[in-house]
Design a protein around this ligand. Structure first.
Ligand SMILES: CC(C)(COP(=O)(O)OP(=O)(O)OC[C@H]1O[C@@H](n2cnc3c(N)ncnc32)[C@H](O)[C@@H]1OP(=O)(O)O)[C@@H](O)C(=O)NCCC(=O)NCCS
Length: 179
């Protein structure tokens, strides 16, 4: 599918015209604090919008009236026969606290499980409380705590700064059995 609708949102494929909308979201250091990249400038946002327009794993989260408020990532992992997807999400700071991320993820997970997915996984930094609370609202299970498994920055001496993260997952049968 190329579009998923929820009560308040439209999830659609990216377009090369989404640079300014993406810039408004990703320029904010608070929004990208736990992402593997830093704040994004206008030129980089334009490049990302063009790249994501050709990448079926990225979805623009838009309000019904059209404004882009964030993005979802749902990527089929290898081997494809395992039908396992990785979920990611980013909302602009002005749009936190309205349930938009929950609503968008529910819509996309309904869609991917209806399409035959077996398992959806997600990872987040231990300190990213908003992120793991979202995963628990979605009914995903905490499966593990990964110690010093990722590094997105180096210290002054050039040594990696390691970060700890939680791993979450939900299976097709668990999704179907949700209350
Ligand atoms: C992770 C992120 C998307 C979560 O956003 P969020 O606003 O907390 O999540 P939701 O959109 O689901 O909104 C839930 C909040 O809205 C409230 N809310 C208001 N109306 C609601 C509604 N109709 N439905 C559900 N929740 C609603 C909930 O009570 C909850 O607030 P609380 O946290 O104070 O209890 C956001 O923090 C973000 O973009 N962070 C930066 C990017 C990032 O770190 N991504 C993850 C990397 S792993």
């Amino acid at each position: 599918v190329s579009e998923v609708r929820t009560p308040r949102l439209v999830l659609r494929r990216f377009s090369p015209d989404d640079g300014p909308g993406l810039h408004a979201v990703l320029r904010d250091p608070e929004v990208v604090r736990f992402e593997p990249y830093g704040p994004v400038d206008a030129a980089e946002a334009a490049r990302l919008a063009a790249e994501r327009a050709d990448d079926p794993s990225f979805w623009a989260i838009c309000l019904a009236e059209g404004a882009l408020v964030g993005n979802l990532y749902l990527h089929l992992e290898e081997p494809a026969a395992w039908r396992t997807y990785e979920l990611g999400y980013v909302l602009g700071r002005d749009h936190w606290g309205h349930g938009y991320a929950t609503e968008a993820c529910l819509g996309l997970l309904d869609d991917v499980f209806a399409g035959g997915a077996h398992r959806v996984v997600a990872h987040c930094d231990l300190r990213n409380v908003a992120s793991w609370r979202l995963l628990e609202r979605l009914g995903m299970r905490r499966e593990g705590e990964h110690r010093a498994a990722t590094s997105f920055a180096d210290d002054e001496a050039g040594r990696p700064i390691w970060t700890d993260g939680y791993a979450y997952a939900v299976l097709d049968e668990e999704w179907a059995a949700r209350p």
